[in-house]
Design a protein around this ligand. Structure first.
Ligand SMILES: Nc1ncnc2c1ncn2[C@@H]1O[C@H](COP(=O)(O)OP(=O)(O)OP(=O)(O)O)[C@@H](O)[C@H]1O
Length: 294
């Protein structure tokens, strides 16, 4: 488990991180979200050791992270760092070799990963000749080719089409399934919401919320319910103890004042005919984000 404990960082007068603490569990895909300038990149750079914190600690499995531990980390930086004129496969193999892999094993890993990421026809092309989305895939291969024990990725999904998002998600989920803690930042809340196990929300250098995605959804959930029927759902307004907050034909969004009034809506819907669905309103990450960041 990776633990960040009370990280503080100043750039001159600007307090970029103010006591940032959270954990990234083994095998957990952890989404790191926050507005522009909230402190995500600064936090990741401190974990990687490319930036020193003014205070606080980074621990791996209970002890302070060392340079040797960091050699086993995989990092995809915000400023993409591949050599533009080097060929995709050659470069990926080279990076694995730097981490001590034999040429044959590095080549095997690199080829397998690049193929998985959909770059099998671009192996001998230079990085600069690739589209931005394909450069992004190559960058992800570069972060993963040495089979790291832990992954830190700054915006791995930016610029990817929906198919590529799914492929990259699969690659990261596999790394997590091997037991690696995976921390990735993203502004694409819908993507984060779909794929992460855990969530960390940062605002102005402070952690605004952190925990399992489903627990956060539950914690920030509304008390609203949605009914979808085959007919007109206007009658819901007349059910005692129910406030209708949204209505459109057969659909009604309502807030019951008790379990009994909620149940009364369902019973009446069943009595009247076809119930298509009856569910508690799902809280989105965007809603949680707005709530905790304000
Ligand atoms: N080298 C630097 N010198 C001065 N201030 C900096 C430096 N790097 C970052 N900052 C400031 O620190 C704060 C946090 O920046 P950081 O890049 O960590 O945010 P972020 O969450 O990654 O933002 P974004 O989503 O826009 O990439 C911002 O106010 C930023 O302007």
């Amino acid at each position: 488990m990776l633990e960040l404990d009370g990280l503080t960082k100043r750039y001159g007068d600007r307090l970029a991180l103010d006591g940032v603490s959270f954990a990234v569990g083994d095998g957990r895909l952890t989404g790191f979200v926050g507005g522009n300038g909230a402190g995500k990149t600064t936090t990741m750079r401190i974990v990687l050791g490319v930036l020193a914190a003014d205070a606080g600690a980074v621990r791996l499995d209970g002890r302070t992270v060392t340079a040797t531990d960091r050699r086993r980390f995989g990092y995809m930086p915000e400023e993409r760092g591949l050599y533009p004129k080097m060929k995709v496969l050659e470069q990926t193999v080279y990076l694995a070799r730097l981490h001590g892999w034999s040429t044959a094993a590095a080549r095997r890993n690199a080829t397998e990963l690049l193929e998985r990421l959909g770059l099998e026809e671009r192996l001998d092309d230079t990085v600069e000749s690739l589209s931005l989305g394909n450069q992004q895939r190559a960058q992800i291969a570069a972060a993963l080719v040495h089979r790291p024990d832990l992954l830190i990725l700054d915006e791995p999904f930016s610029g990817l089409d929906p198919m590529a998002v799914d492929v990259v998600q699969g690659v990261l989920a596999d790394a997590a399934a091997q037991g690696a803690p995976v921390l990735f930042s993203s502004h694409q809340l819908d993507v984060v919401e779909r794929i992460c196990d855990d969530l960390v929300i940062i605002a102005d250098g402070r952690i605004a919320a952190a925990g399992a995605r489903d627990a956060l959804r539950e914690e920030h959930g509304t008390a609203r319910w949605e009914l979808l029927t085959g007919g007109d759902a206007g009658w819901v307004r007349d059910v005692p103890g129910v406030e209708v907050v949204g209505f459109d034909g057969g659909w009604a969004l309502f807030e019951p004042e008790s379990d009994a009034s909620r149940q009364a809506v369902l019973e009446e819907a069943v009595r009247r005919g076809e119930v298509v669905s009856f569910t508690r309103e799902q809280t989105t990450l965007a809603q949680i984000f707005k709530e905790v960041v304000q």
